[in-house]
Unconditional design. Structure first.
Length: 131
């Protein structure tokens, strides 16, 4: 996933993971692909109440189990735990994102070259914020 461009399968796989997390007792508050221009790579950012309540280790373990479950049935799935960052629902970046007026879209919404408070977003593909 260390590349500059996301392709359609990345968008689809991200949406699939978010849906599967929800179906496997991992409520997703916010989910988006975020491009990090300094490292020239994309990260799937997920915030969840599970992180808030159980901590990062349990959150990552839960996501890893869901990824392994998906990989058993979908051999095209190409998201690893190394591509994911889990955040608290009250993380300052997530709180700033909540101020964005984005129409709900199950497939996601592109968000590029915008400054929000002290954050600059070069490129993002947002599935949901504050759900």
């Amino acid at each position: 996933m260390d590349r500059r461009t996301l392709v359609e399968s990345d968008f689809t796989n991200g949406a699939l993971l978010v849906d599967q997390l929800e179906q496997n007792d991992f409520p997703v508050h916010s989910a988006l692909w975020l491009y990090d221009p300094d490292n020239e790579r994309w990260r799937l950012i997920i915030s969840s109440i599970k992180y808030d309540l159980a901590g990062p280790r349990k959150a990552y373990e839960h996501i890893d189990k869901v990824i392994r479950k998906i990989e058993q049935t979908d051999h095209e799935f190409d998201i690893s735990l190394e591509n994911i960052t889990v955040k608290r629902t009250n993380d300052s970046f997530i709180k700033v994102l909540e101020k964005i007026q984005i129409a709900p879209n199950k497939k996601g919404t592109r968000f590029t070259r915008r400054a929000l408070n002290n954050f600059y977003i070069e490129d993002a593909y947002i599935y949901r914020v504050g759900a």
